[in-house]
Design a protein around this ligand. Structure first.
Ligand code: ADP
Ligand code: ASP
Ligand code: MG
Length: 404
């Protein structure tokens, strides 16, 4: 069976007119003699709206009920797609994750797909049907609905491609592919023809919302090539694949940024062994994800300043946990919510010296102060004041010749 998985994101199914266009895309693959599996996200705005409603009801919504709620948008979009395909004379049916079932592991809100039962879908495909599967959701061992984290229908599509051994997995979205930086932030951003899992994973984890990081991890583990393209215009998109398939002469592949970070500085912390562990233990126990960390060398060997970043949403929880922590002593806590993390990503930096210097010099030339730095083999991230974000991205894009 020649199977293709087509995934449509929120904007692609954002209105009934858009859903009619989606049905036409699906039909174009049927005409090419593919057996098509459709995976759809909820109509744009729906999931956010459901989350908002849950907050109006309770700040302590039980996680299993929260998942039952926020996964419901996908049911509507899938039924609308199937309905349109039926209208045009095609056999199609929507499938909720529990009807297949799609089995997941892990906590509510951030589950991962462990298995997809193939039998019913294969039978349906063989009978000439087009299954339209709800992205973003699965069920756990207690038969409760789970969700895969925001943007999780990307992971649903990748795992469908894996379990149904699809020849192609195509992610249809509202941009024409993966760009050197968010094309909605910088007009000069350029479409990348081909990108490695490793670089895409870094870009996704560091703010490129176009693909969910877990989905890229799944694709990389299972060696699934992904095409990312637009559902609005019929143009070649980006291929995400293994590094071996790629030749590139650029040092930097992409630039990303985040808008949801906050910086915490503990001023005058006692400088003794175990102090960092004493600060971070309660944070990790309470699921506060600490990202960048920097500790100043203490001038007198007794006191130091410790700075770290967290997700903006975790700000009040972090302040509360730090203030409650009897094991640490400090003079002051400073919370800065007006920060943004800018990252440059590229496998080319492994073999090219001087990239860090060029990044820092470019920011300095533009009068942009660096607050915190973190690096890995293929990325350099800096924390800067949010007001300088556009300037920083534009200057770095130019410095590393990403528009060429
Ligand atoms: P979908 O609803 O199709 O899943 P998303 O909103 O999750 O779409 O992701 C698409 C968005 O990702 C684009 O509209 C774009 O603003 C954003 N984006 C961020 N970084 C990039 C990038 N490097 N390349 C392309 N899009 C990006
Ligand atoms: N509808 C879900 C969300 O908004 C899943 C997705 O879009 O992939 O996060
Ligand atoms: Mg998405």
């Amino acid at each position: 069976m020649k199977i293709v998985v087509l995934k449509f994101g929120g904007t692609s199914v954002g209105t009934t007119d858009r859903i009619k266009k989606v049905a036409n895309i699906v039909i174009s693959y049927v005409k090419k003699r593919y057996k098509v599996i459709v995976v759809s996200s909820a109509m744009s705005g729906t999931t956010n709206d459901l989350i908002k409603k849950s907050k109006n009801i309770s700040n302590n919504f039980i996680s299993s009920e929260h998942d039952a709620l926020i996964s419901s948008g996908e049911q509507a979009s899938c039924a609308l797609i199937a309905g349109r395909l039926n209208h045009l004379g095609y056999k199609s049916q929507s499938w909720m994750s529990w009807q297949i079932p799609i089995l997941t592991e892990g906590p509510h809100g951030s589950s991962r797909i462990s298995k997809i039962n193939k039998k019913k879908i294969i039978k349906y495909l063989s009978s000439g049907g087009i299954p339209v599967i709800t992205g973003f959701q699965g069920i756990n061992e207690h038969n409760r609905i789970t969700t895969l984290g925001r943007g999780g229908s990307d992971a649903s599509a990748i795992m469908c491609a894996k379990f149904f051994k699809a020849q192609k997995c195509i992610i249809y979205t509202d941009v024409q592919g993966i760009y050197t930086t968010d094309p909605n932030n910088l007009k000069k951003a350029k479409k990348i023809k081909i990108i490695s899992y490793e670089e895409m994973l870094e870009m996704a984890s560091l703010g490129a919302k176009v693909m969910q990081p877990n989905a890229i991890q799944d694709a990389r583990l299972n060696r699934i090539d992904i095409d990312v393209k637009s559902s609005f215009v019929n143009k070649t998109g980006t291929l995400i694949t293994k590094r071996k398939n790629i030749f590139r002469n650029k040092i930097i592949t992409g630039i990303t940024s985040t808008k949801n970070d906050a910086k915490v500085t503990l001023v005058g912390v006692k400088d003794r062994p175990g102090v960092a562990a004493a600060i971070f233990k309660p944070l990790s126990k309470n699921f506060v994800n600490v990202d960048m960390v920097v500790q100043n060398i203490s001038a007198d060997g007794r006191e130091t300043d410790l700075t770290f970043t967290i997700k903006l949403d975790d700000s009040s929880k972090t302040l509360r946990l730090l203030k409650q922590n009897k094991k640490i002593k400090y003079k002051n806590i400073i919370l800065d919510k007006k920060v943004s993390k800018v990252s440059i990503i590229g496998v080319g930096m492994i073999t090219t010296p001087g990239v860090t210097y060029r990044m820092f010099q470019t920011l300095a030339d533009n009068g942009i102060n660096i607050l915190v730095i973190s690096t890995s083999e293929i990325k350099i991230s800096v924390l800067i004041n949010k007001k300088n974000l556009k300037k920083a991205i534009s200057a770095l894009h130019k410095e590393f010749k990403l528009s060429n």
